[in-house]
Write a protein that binds this ligand. Structure first.
Ligand code: 3PG
Length: 353
């Protein structure tokens, strides 16, 4: 394969603030390193944000610099959006990062013409981007029609570890769910409820559960989604917060008694999943619940998986990312996978879910 070109899809969807510390950049750097000596050229595809056409703040220029720094490899950024110029720019041996895939016409629509163009740049497609696996785009799904396509090591690790959570042989199995919206997490709660021994709810889902139990959460988020949990909350397996930290009429974090209650369950667990902060963790005053949960899971010897953008942010901040069995790079993709939905990018690679 020495004289071949690999097209590598990785997840580079990070904000300016988190570029250097991001788990996604670190894992993408590993993917690049693993292909480096194997192919003459590696052409990296990634996206940032949800731009409508070219939007300078979402350019990949800074990402190329960060990837080079973290991987130690020379990475050439290709700023051009013109097909002929891109072909010319990547003609020499080397590692290249193309501009934000979502700047290009045809990416989001999974247009065959754009997928064919991407495929024409290489000999093999390696998809190592789990976090977009729930999207059907030209650079992760369409391209597989025109090139031999394989899953990268990160993608395989995501599937292997997340699959364990859907069989969970080791009990007690404790699931901690937070974040803003119940609707985002409902599929996971429903799917895992028969398997799990306890589902601990904080954040928006916690507030919705309280409302469903008839408790007035006033102006807190989650209030309007209470109906979604009305039936599920009858299960003894689901624990809602028992006290809170508030500001005005809003619940912004779980309280000390809830922390104790949740920690006790976490300590007993042999399998753990955590997705979504317990409160408004961006504000120091309301970060305690999330931090305590992170620390309890980090101390546990259970098989533990943490995922979701905000949750991984918390564990990066407290520096405990290496204390979990697996940290998923996926946000929506992880939730869809754990809900039992078929993910288009995995289907395209003929991976059995
Ligand atoms: C993510 O951040 O979860 C992925 O990069 C997918 O992003 P999207 O929700 O904008 O498709």
């Amino acid at each position: 394969m020495k004289n071949k070109t690999a097209i590598l899809r990785v997840n580079l969807d990070v904000t300016d603030r988190e570029i250097k510390s991001s788990l996604r950049i670190k894992t993408a750097a590993k993917s690049i390193t693993s292909l480096k000596g194997k192919y003459e050229r590696v052409i990296i595809l990634g996206h940032r944000g949800r731009p409508k056409g070219y939007e300078k703040p979402l350019s990949m220029k800074k990402i190329a610099e960060a990837l080079a720094e973290v991987s130690g490899a020379k990475i050439v950024f290709v700023p051009s959006m013109e097909k002929e110029k891109i072909k010319e720019a990547v003609s020499e041996k080397g590692i290249y990062l193309l501009e934000n895939m979502r700047f290009f016409e045809g990416e989001a629509e999974n247009a065959p013409q754009f997928a064919k163009f991407l495929a024409s740049l290489g000999d093999i497609f390696v998809n190592d981007d789990f976090a977009t696996a729930h999207r059907k785009s030209a650079s992760n799904v369409g391209i597989t029609k025109y090139l031999p396509s394989v899953a990268g090591e990160l993608l395989k690790a995501e599937i292997k570890n997340l699959s364990k959570l859907m069989k969970a042989t080791k009990h007690p199995y404790v699931v901690v769910i937070g974040g803003a919206k119940v609707s985002d997490k409902l599929g996971v709660i429903k799917k895992l409820l028969p398997l799990a021994d306890k589902i601990l709810l904080g954040g928006g889902p916690g507030n919705a559960a309280l409302t469903a139990q008839g408790i007035d959460v006033k102006d807190s988020i989650g209030l309007e989604e209470a109906d979604l949990l009305k039936t599920l909350i009858k299960s003894k397996k689901i624990l809602a917060p028992i006290d809170f930290r508030v500001q005005g009429d809003r619940i912004l974090d779980i309280g000390p008694n809830t922390e104790e209650l949740f920690i006790e369950e976490i300590r007993k667990a042999k399998t753990l999943l955590w997705a979504g902060p317990m409160g408004l963790f961006e504000k120091a005053k309301f970060a305690k619940g999330s931090r305590i949960i992170a620390e309890a899971i980090a101390e546990s010897n259970a098989f533990s998986v943490v995922g979701g953008g905000e949750t991984t942010d918390i564990i990066q901040k407290i520096g405990s990312a290496n204390k979990f069995s697996f940290v998923s790079t996926g946000g929506g993709a992880m939730l869809d996978f754990l809900s039992g939905k078929k993910l288009p990018a995995l289907q395209a690679l003929k991976i059995n879910q």
